[in-house]
Design a protein around this ligand. Structure first.
Ligand code: SOE
Length: 394
């Protein structure tokens, strides 16, 4: 059986997932066959270029027709287009793989989960939290599940980037509340909350996180529109009418957040993300301390996991590049490190197997319920910032 895939979105995430699908037959020959059937967007010219580059058979500017027509729908557009096309696809019985955060608002995320419940378990609805598919993270989960760290006391997660530290860095949809929902909180924090839930959380509504105390900050209140005079890259041509010469738009989301979290289990944690952390490009790190040991992981060294056991005096660096480490045998001989893009191949493999009914457990995780659970924690952090006090997650 060949699954025809329709993909909405052709920029960063479109490229990451198209690359993953292209790699599957070479490295994961047991994955279902997929046809990159149709690429969906608004601008026909840009779509055609992208479709040629990314290996799609056709293009469409009409997602409503596409979600009915394909075997699988990937929603990789900006956050504000996550809900309606995904819900329409699920109503048509088409499995959906949607980028994170699941939606800009809790209300939309709830509607998406409702649609996925109504579609039933035979119609997978995945939320693309790719960091669950880093081999070292899977290894860490194995240690935690085997109880090797004992009772967890502390969890520390941070996701630091610096692409907005320049006040003249251009405005984008990611700076707008209507289009993105939130800023660093949703874009980066959703990844961290999902990893925390995956590693030490439970399956209940907010993943074992009971209460939060958060703060959000916006350091630069408005930004130049790309190509306008004040922007980092002013346009050179004369006025073509598309951008006002001095156009600036307000930043209506957070540039950074931090939070304290309290787990039902009694464990405590801190979370943080920023787009203003000069010197940090894509620095996602997590640390866990338990009664029997500790571990730490950093995306900047994603082939490694640092583990401290018992009364050892120092961390041991485990290279998670052995043939019996998760997914590693599918690639290269031991020690031939993997990168960021491989996480997308792994998640596409697992998701598409669920679509084809090839998974023993029948379910793909992270699913829409996981997306919503992360969102509940993020919404509570936002509310806590507004109210200036601790907030219960449920
Ligand atoms: C933001 O800069 C971003 O691209 C996120 O949207 C991704 O989810 C993250 O993996 C990398 O950073």
């Amino acid at each position: 059986m060949t699954l025809s895939v329709g993909v909405l979105g052709y920029r960063f995430m479109g490229k990451a997932h198209a690359n993953a699908m292209a790699r599957l037959p070479m490295f994961f020959p047991d994955a279902p066959d997929v046809e990159r059937s149709v690429l969906v967007g608004r601008d026909e010219g840009a779509l055609s270029d992208a479709a040629d580059r990314l290996g799609f058979d056709s293009i469409s500017t009409d997602w409503e027709a596409v979600v009915d027509d394909v075997d699988v729908f990937y929603n990789l557009g900006p956050n504000h287009v996550h809900a309606e096309p995904s819900i329409a696809a699920l109503e048509a019985g088409t499995p959906v793989f949607c980028e994170k955060p699941l939606a800009p608002t809790l209300e939309e995320a709830e509607r998406m989960v409702e649609a996925s419940r109504e579609a039933g378990d035979d119609v997978p609805a995945g939320c693309a939290f790719n960091y669950r598919f880093v081999p070292a993270i899977r290894y860490a989960k194995g240690l935690l599940e085997a109880g090797e760290l004992g009772e967890v006391h502390h969890v520390r997660g941070r996701y630091l980037q610096d692409w907005l530290v320049d006040p003249d860095a251009p405005w984008s949809w990611r700076n707008d509340e209507q289009l993105a929902g939130s800023g660093a909180l949703g874009d980066l924090g959703s990844h961290t909350v999902d990893l925390v839930r995956f590693l030490v959380g439970s399956d209940d509504l907010a993943g074992g996180i009971d209460r939060v105390s958060g703060q959000l900050r916006t350091f630069v209140e408005e930004r130049p529109v790309e190509g306008s005079e004040g922007s980092a890259e002013p346009r050179e041509d004369e006025d073509d009418g598309s951008v006002e010469r001095d156009e600036r738009r307000p930043v209506t989301v957070d540039d950074a957040y931090s939070a304290q979290i309290a787990f039902e289990s009694g464990a405590m944690g801190t979370l943080e993300a920023s787009r203003f952390a000069a010197g940090h490009k894509n620095d996602h790190a997590i640390e866990i301390h338990g009664s029997e040991g500790s571990l730490r992981f950093s995306l900047e060294r994603l082939n490694e996991l640092e583990v401290l056991r018992g009364d050892d005096r120092g961390y041991e660096t485990i290279l998670v590049t052995d043939e019996d480490d998760p997914y590693v045998d599918r690639w290269w001989p031991p020690g031939h490190v993997l990168g960021w893009e491989h996480t997308f191949v792994h998640e596409n493999y697992e998701f598409l197997r669920a679509v084809a009914g090839d998974r023993e457990d029948g379910r793909f995780r992270p699913n829409f319920e996981d997306g919503l659970a992360a969102q509940r924690v993020l919404a509570a952090i936002e509310e806590s910032d507004e109210r200036g006090e601790w907030v219960e997650t449920e």
